[in-house]
Design a protein. Structure first.
Length: 122
């Protein structure tokens, strides 16, 4: 009689463990989670005085202001201001900067990595 109860108890125990494992492994599903920062690069221009400039990046024209170098050295939070920053795709870009008189003051090919904020001294 004890042997029959032990066999039944073992079978019940094994069945309950198997069902518990089945429920634990079958819960949920496949979830896709994406996160992180956007693949953007930024460029800003620093000069002795704040002035209006025209920036041509790969044949696209932007009108921005330079950041005064004193402000740049003292307070680096200017990088968060959108009016002084041009957002680009990472990679190689031809950058031509002209002042308000139309004179070219910067003409270079610049490589910018993802999530990089490049500061160009004019």
């Amino acid at each position: 009689m004890y042997q029959i109860n032990n066999v039944i108890m073992k079978k019940v125990l094994i069945a309950s463990i198997c069902s518990l494992l089945f429920f634990l492994t079958s819960c949920g599903g496949v979830y896709t989670v994406s996160g992180g920062k956007a693949d953007n690069a930024e460029i800003s221009f620093v000069a002795n005085n704040s002035s209006a400039i025209t920036v041509m990046v790969d044949e696209l024209e932007y009108k921005v202001f330079t950041v005064k170098e004193k402000t740049y050295r003292r307070d680096r939070k200017f990088k968060k201001k959108a009016e002084n920053t041009i957002v680009l795709k990472p990679g190689q870009h031809k950058v031509v900067v002209t002042n308000d008189q139309g004179a070219t003051i910067y003409n270079h090919v610049v490589f910018i990595s993802a999530n990089e904020h490049k500061i160009v001294q004019l």
